[in-house]
Structure formats: C-alpha cells, structure tokens
Design a protein around this ligand. Structure first.
Ligand code: ADP
Ligand code: MG
Length: 171
C-alpha cells in the first residue's frame, strides 16, 4: 500500500445541521479514508476570514464568512494514498448547479444548496493541506506523522471508533 497523504475536510454548517446529509457524508468518509482526527467547532468571523484569506477580495467573501460562522462545522484530517484529489473529486465542482449537472452523485450535487452552501471543503494542494491542518490542529505534528504514525495507520490494525469518529490503533 502506498504512503498515506493527508487532507483537510470540513463539513459546512448546513450539512452538519442536516442529519441525512451528515450521515451519508460520514459513511463515505469512514469507508474511503483513514480518519486521523475529528473535531466539531464554531468559528468566529475573524478565524473564518483568516482561513479563507485567499478570497478576501472576492464578491462572495462576506457571504462565505457569515455562512461559515452560522453554525457548527465538523473538521476531519483524513488519509488516503491520493487523499487530496480523491476528496475533491468526491465533492465535485464548487458550483452546485454545475455539480448537479456534471456529476449528480457527487456530494455537492446531492447536498449542495447554493454556490456558498456547497456542503464541504477540501484542501486543493499539498501546501494548502498542510496550512489548513495546522490552522485547525496546531498541535498536530507532521514530523511525528511521517516518522511514526503514518506507517501505523497504513499497516494497521486499526479500528473505527464511532464516538470519536476516528480510526484508532487496535490494541
Ligand atoms: P472550493 O471550495 O471548491 O475550493 P473556492 O476555493 O474557489 O472553492 O471557494 C471557497 C468557497 O467559497 C467555496 O467552497 C464556496 O463556499 C464559496 N464560493 C466560491 N465561489 C463562489 C461563488 N461564485 N459564489 C458564492 N460563493 C462562492
Ligand atoms: Mg478552495
């Protein structure tokens, strides 16, 4: 098995509030990825703005920040040999109408309700995955991941802990 790559997945507020969407998305995540960390947080405007700082100049920036602070979000560090690309492919196109048209079974096609409320976030490159993981999990050590944990998750045995919504090493 190839080395596990990590990416950051965020389930956005409208999807966290929708039990059907949330359980579908959670199943897909736990079946296709190794779930390394999970936490539920509520962002304030300052943190949401910082997280999305690359979009500061866009017309939708205020809308995006207001939406992302409108309720809890679920944040997951997930691993797969091709995690970044696979998770973005499962999300589908950013714009929901395009998603519904091009790929009706992608997560955004199924559960998206507007270009802003498009279900979930996925890092778009190795650099942004690292920045975004550090942003939400400042205590996460990439050094420790690469030298110790990655091989443990890859070679197992691991089991899924439903309460934590995380894979953990089987003792
Ligand atoms: P992605 O999340 O697919 O990487 P972007 O990084 O371009 O997309 O945009 C970040 C987020 O900003 C999107 O997921 C979406 O919530 C919001 N957004 C992007 N484009 C638009 C738009 N044209 N109108 C409204 N909201 C948008
Ligand atoms: Mg993006």
């Amino acid at each position: 098995m190839e080395k596990l790559q990590l990416t950051l997945a965020i389930i956005k507020p409208h999807a966290v509030k929708n039990p059907v969407a949330l359980s579908y998305i959670r199943n897909v995540i736990k079946n296709r990825f190794v779930v390394v960390k999970t936490k539920r947080v509520s962002l304030d405007k300052e943190s949401a703005g910082k997280f999305y700082k690359e979009h500061m100049q866009k017309f939708f920036f205020n809308r995006l920040v207001t939406f992302m602070t409108s309720g809890s979000i679920d944040i997951h560090i997930i691993g797969h040999s091709n995690a970044i690309e696979l998770w973005r492919r499962m999300l589908g196109p950013t714009k929901v109408y395009k998603a519904q048209f091009q790929d009706p079974y992608c997560l955004r096609g199924m559960f998206g309700i507007s270009d802003t409320r498009n279900v979930a976030h996925g890092s778009d490159s190795l650099t942004s995955a690292e920045r975004e993981i550090k942003f939400f999990f400042p205590e996460f050590s990439f050094y420790n991941w690469h030298t110790v944990e990655e091989v443990r998750y890859r070679k197992g045995p691991i089991i899924f802990n439903d309460y934590l919504f995380q894979h953990v090493r089987k003792l």
